[in-house]
Write a protein that binds this ligand. Structure first.
Ligand code: NAD
Ligand code: ZN
Ligand code: ZN
Length: 344
């Protein structure tokens, strides 16, 4: 089969011909119908030899959808021909976190060497993908895989991040989204669907700010040194009840901190590796900094229900497998509208 692999540190990913994987006992093979490209893929391909821990060659793609194609020995509960989306942050299935469906916080994944597809295990940017267990397959029904595959990360991750802060987003409050890209443009829609808060989007790109307005942001501002002041002004000096930072480099963390309200949540989703300001007295009283990771299996069902209800829609740009390196180039240069989805 054909696959998109990251093979050499620092080089662009390549299309290669590799053996089609066979599902072992308990495993399920899907024929991939869609795979999303995430900034996290760009991030890991930017790491140097000492930092890179995902194995080579690595078939990319941690957002995947497909048609069940072959069942390993003993697999029940899923039918060949069924349309499915893949839950990526796979856990052991047995620890107390996994028991609650929070496999993204599995206590044993690291120790057992369990890695998400495309982030250690072979990913979805290939004609076929083997999934270790049928519980990682969520029924897609008649939802179009290309338009919905990114819900598995670009939908699920902001959903989980926002859900925890909903009790604070009461009428009269303001929520800020920093970075209106793949995750951020979904975050704006989720905030509009789930809360009465005023939604402000910040980005460095005019095109992304336009997209932010189109998907429901009440206000958009350039993400610059004045952004915190503008949010303060807009909120009558109170600041934002929650700041969802999909960039998390030092300037956005500092701005988020400066615009946060008393009892506010600063939620760092981006992997920009900026540092949180130290010093209790410098922070608004009772404010919180959180660093959520992906989301639970139950939350993935909830995100798909929101899509079925027409409350979230991913803007997608479609690429063939041959064009996948180009999709990553566009992601890297920041010129995509919403999410790039590869159709093998
Ligand atoms: P993306 O490239 O699609 O979007 C990033 C957006 O941020 C773009 O619109 C870009 O213009 C904007 N941006 C860049 N610099 C900015 C700045 N200084 N201020 C404001 N906006 C700025 O990326 P994505 O796929 O949406 O991913 C967003 C981030 O979330 C990445 O860092 C990714 O690695 C991370 N991520 C984290 C998790 C998690 O579980 N924590 C999951 C998925 C992705
Ligand atoms: Zn991702
Ligand atoms: Zn577990």
């Amino acid at each position: 089969m054909r696959a998109l692999q990251y093979r050499t540190i620092g080089a662009a990913p390549e299309i290669v011909e590799i053996e089609t994987p066979e599902p072992g006992p308990g495993e399920v093979r899907i024929r991939v119908t869609a795979a999303g490209a995430c900034h996290s893929d760009s991030f890991i391909m930017g790491l140097n030899e000492e930092q890179y821990i995902y194995g080579l060659p690595l078939t990319l793609g941690h957002e995947g959808a497909g048609i069940v194609d072959k069942l390993g020995e003993g697999v029940t509960g899923v039918e060949v021909g069924e349309a499915v989306a893949v839950y990526g942050p796979q856990g052991c299935g047995r620890c107390v976190q996994c028991a609650q469906g929070k496999e993204n916080y599995c206590e044993r994944a690291a120790e057992l060497g369990i890695r998400p597809p495309g982030l250690g295990a072979p990913g979805a940017m290939a004609e076929y993908l083997v999934v270790p267990d049928a519980r990682f397959l969520l029924p897609l029904g008649d939802l179009d895989p290309v338009e919905h595959v990114a819900l598995t990360d670009a939908g699920l991750t902001p959903y989980h991040a926002i859900k925890m802060s909903l009790p604070k987003l009461v009428p009269g409050t303001t929520a800020v989204v920093i970075g209106a890209g793949g995750l951020g443009h979904v975050a704006i829609q989720l905030l509009r669907a789930l809360s009465p808060a005023t939604v402000v989007a910040l980005d460095v790109s005019q095109d992304k700010l336009r997209l932010a307005t189109e998907v429901g942001a009440h206000h958009v501002f350039p993400s610059d040194a004045e952004a915190a002041e503008r949010v303060k002004e807009l909120t009558g000096g109170r600041g934002a009840a929650a700041v969802f930072d999909f960039v998390a480099i030092q300037p956005t963390i500092d701005a988020g901190h400066a615009m946060l309200a008393v009892e506010g949540d600063q939620v760092l989703v981006g992997v920009g590796a900026g540092a949180v300001p130290a010093g209790l007295l410098a922070a608004p009283y009772d404010s919180t900094v959180r660093a959520p990771y992906w989301g639970s299996r139950a939350e993935l069902f909830e995100v798909f229900e929101l899509a079925r209800a027409g409350l979230v829609k991913i803007e997608t740009e479609r690429f063939s497998l041959d064009e996948a390196p180009e999709a990553y180039r566009r992601l890297h240069e920041g010129t995509l509208r919403g999410r790039a989805v590869v159709v093998p």
